[in-house]
Design a protein around this ligand. Structure first.
Ligand code: ATP
Length: 371
């Protein structure tokens, strides 16, 4: 039950699994999405995102576990009775119908919400998606982004409680995707509609969501805000999947003791890196996996560092990709690859500096156990 300060739960999955023969597409997934939240399922191809969305929509039934809308168990409830609006990757507009007729098709199972006629509702929705003049046009006269906005208007026509979007932008070019995601987000906020979004694009997931669920092999790796998932990944998979990252494993040379020194030396392939354990307790001999973001690494254009961070590594810049605002530099360090970001391309031998508190501890394994 939600307290006064937290909105009630709109959609809940409790230990939901979906198996197809020997394949477990979704493996004991539990999620609670509060009303009004923009919640994104993100992960590589085949990780179970679409199946999870289809289970929520009612296109599939779980092999185990329960899907609830509010307090209501929706097992066996068909999609058209779940009050969900669905938008898929490939527009799915009817080519023989006008834009207005396509939007009105969204009302085939229900009357328009409120005291408006079907024509008024269609006009209202085309206004909302910023296509007020498009009612009489044919879908094939529209761009990909405009067609997806019509598909969104159609999904929203009956005033659903929950909006489900499966890779709605993946067929569009990068610029259009960025524009459309801003529009989708602003429409979602305006309507305050609970939204569950599926994408394989982690950058899109971070940009658009209140919270993201990172999926891998049918299970959830981590569920949190974009900032937390980016800055404090809880598994090696999340650390590597979300954004550029440097992820290493090594052995703690000392136990953590916040009273004495805030950082712990970790031996990584014969070199020592000092890491800030945060609230984690590390014991000497523990296997520690850490990550440090490229933007935390400091390298001057001439390969020197003017201040004195605790960690200084000798590395060799092997290649650089000019990205406009920054340059992504690939460095060789200790038989490993390090990614850094600099303003200008650099090459040759350099010193890389970073602070222990920019090194996030992802996992600590003690006697074979992960903590
Ligand atoms: P993508 O981004 O490629 O769409 P996804 O993360 O959405 O991937 P799903 O489509 O949910 O993943 O598929 C998860 C797994 O379940 C895959 O291994 C897929 O082959 C399998 N799967 C999905 N639907 C079926 C089905 N109807 N029959 C058999 N296997 C299926």
């Amino acid at each position: 039950m939600g307290s006064e300060s937290s909105p009630p739960i709109a959609v809940e999955l409790e230990a939901v699994s979906r198996r197809y023969g020997d394949t477990t597409a979704v493996d004991e997934v539990s999620i609670r999405v509060p009303r009004g939240e923009f919640f994104t399922l993100v992960g590589p191809s085949g990780c179970g995102k679409t199946t999870t969305l289809r289970l929520i929509a009612g296109f599939e039934e779980p092999s185990a576990g329960t899907v609830r809308f509010g307090d209501r168990d929706v097992s066996g409830v068909p999609p058209e009775e779940r009050e969900v609006g669905v938008v898929l990757q490939n527009y799915a507009l009817f080519p023989h119908m006008t834009v207005g007729e396509n939007v009105a098709y969204g009302l085939r199972f229900s009357d328009p919400p409120g005291d408006v006629s079907e024509t008024e509702r269609v006009a209202e929705l085309l206004d909302l998606v910023d296509l007020p003049e498009a009612t009489d046009r044919d879908p094939d006269e529209l761009s990909g982004g405009q067609r997806q906005r019509v598909a969104l208007a159609r999904a929203l026509a009956p005033g659903p409680d929950v909006l489900l979007l499966d890779e709605p932008m993946s067929a569009l070019d990068a610029k259009l995707r960025e524009r459309l995601r801003l529009q989708v987000r602003s429409i979602q906020r305006e309507l305050d509609i609970t939204t569950i979004y599926v994408t394989h694009d982690q950058e899109e997931a971070l940009a658009i969501s209140d919270r993201v669920a990172v999926m891998n092999g049918g299970h959830l790796e981590q569920v949190n805000t974009p900032q937390a998932v980016y800055r404090r990944p809880e598994t090696r998979f999340v650390a590597e999947f979300v954004g550029d990252n440097n992820v290493f494993s090594g052995t703690a040379l000392r136990s953590s003791d916040p009273a004495e020194t805030p950082s712990v030396p970790v031996e990584i392939g014969g070199e020592t890196v000092r890491v800030d354990p945060g609230r984690r307790s590390i014991r000497s001999g523990d296997r520690v996996t850490v990550c440090v973001r490229p933007e935390a690494l400091r390298i001057d254009a001439d390969g020197t560092i003017h201040d004195a961070p605790d960690n200084r590594l000798k590395a060799t810049a092997e290649s650089a990709e000019f990205l406009g605002e920054t340059t992504r530099v690939h460095l060789a360090w200790n038989g490993r690859e390090l990614l850094a970001r600099t303003r200008d391309p650099i090459a040759g031998d350099v010193t890389v500096g970073f602070d222990p508190d920019d090194v996030h501890v992802v996992t600590v394994e003690r006697g074979g156990e992960r903590s």
